[in-house]
Ligand binder design. Structure first.
Ligand code: ATP
Ligand code: LTN
Length: 333
């Protein structure tokens, strides 16, 4: 608790252009917590270097991710927005928690397996211990609730296990966090292969709709989305492409599946795809405008980073020194 409020923490990697998966599965839901909770939203640049990054691009994307947080409705006055590498306690706690995380646990992480397969020439130790750094992010702030897409559920469970284990050895130290996985938008799938996750690192740009894509690009991508040979707009097993488009449409319009089925009764996939593209482009237009305005004002973004880092550092150091004391590290004034 901070000032009687429960705590929310989440993070997004500045590892690529953000997609509507990141938006619907994560960022869009973040602002809903701002009034009731004390919220920390982090640009997790330390996580991003688990796969090779071009330095100038990493730097630019760090600004962009922060700008997108704000453009998506996160008010820096109400939320602590910060960059992970500006708060050294994340890396420090991760070292200690590495020693309370088992090799076998990390070996079972599906994201590690997926990313190792994708980056076979760079299966580095950071990729393997990625979930420990994520647990540190969360546990440093005594987080109660972590809004994430369903793909992060396994990592979140590991963070809980680490907290419970540490608390068991040393008495209560960490709050055990709960996940918040949004019901719709849980997992937005690729437009080219609706059985795999839409991912910002997908090399096929047509499979992915970026938050900052132009209206024309968005509509073109939806028009080319893979569907099925049936022609009914109906949410049903085996209709992965249509189910994905219906989920996206639902997220952007707030309509229920039954309403969508009724709306497109007797119409073809072409009409439906156009409607999804338009709903998506219209919803994102104000985000794009605000993003451009913010990116033109680096000094403002740096001010937000600085204020966020100061606030985050204050809370993170408190937990870190508690952890160091419990472990038995000597402390000097
Ligand atoms: P990468 O492609 O580099 O692995 P990513 O697109 O999965 O990255 P992250 O930065 O790892 O993005 O994730 C940020 C947040 O967005 C996480 O909470 C994650 O669960 C959510 N998210 C990412 N992709 C999707 C998706 N397709 N559907 C729903 N949520 C998603
Ligand atoms: N691992 C997450 C990003 C992330 C995160 C976090 C999310 C890093 N630290 C802490 C929530 C809380 C991802 O890949 N999506």
């Amino acid at each position: 608790m901070i000032a009687d409020k429960k705590i929310v923490f989440s993070g997004v990697q500045p590892s690529g252009n953000l997609t509507i998966g990141n938006y619907l599965g994560a960022i869009k839901n973040f602002s809903a917590f701002s009034d009731e909770y004390k919220c920390f939203y982090c640009v997790v640049d330390l996580h991003a270097v688990t796969v090779r990054q071009v330095p100038a691009e990493l730097r630019r994307r760090t600004y962009e991710t922060l700008a997108l947080y704000i453009a998506c409705g996160l008010d820096p006055e109400k939320n602590t927005l910060f960059v992970q590498s500006h708060v050294p306690a994340h890396a420090e706690l991760a070292w200690s928690l590495n020693c309370y995380t088992m090799f076998g646990e990390l070996s079972r992480m599906t994201q590690f397996k997926d990313k190792s397969a994708k980056h076979a020439n760079n299966i580095n130790a950071g990729l393997f211990t990625y979930p420990v750094l994520m647990a540190s992010d969360i546990l440093l702030y005594q987080t109660d609730l972590v809004p994430v897409g369903v793909d992060q559920k396994q990592h979140l469970e590991l963070a809980r296990d680490i907290a419970i284990r540490f608390n068991g050895v040393y008495s209560d130290t960490f709050t055990v966090p709960e996940g918040y996985i949004p019901p719709a938008g849980m997992k937005i799938m690729s437009l080219a292969d609706p059985t795999s996750k839409m991912s910002k690192s997908d090399p096929n740009a047509n499979a992915v709709v970026y938050i900052l894509d132009s209206k024309d690009d968005i509509i073109r991508k939806f028009k080319r989305a893979v569907t099925d040979s049936d022609c009914e707009i109906r949410y049903a097993e085996g209709k992965d492409g249509i189910n994905n488009l219906m989920s996206i449409y639902k997220c952007f319009t707030g309509k229920e599946f039954s309403d969508i089925e009724r709306e497109f009764d007797g119409k073809g996939y072409g009409d439906f795809k156009l409607a999804v593209g338009e709903a998506c482009a219209d919803a994102l237009a104000p985000v794009r405008g605000e993003f451009e305005r913010l990116m033109a004002d680096k000094a403002y973004l740096e001010g937000v980073m600085k204020a966020g880092a100061d606030e985050a550092n204050y809370h993170a150091r408190k937990t870190l020194s508690k952890v160091y004391r419990k472990i038995g590290f000597t402390q000097i004034k």
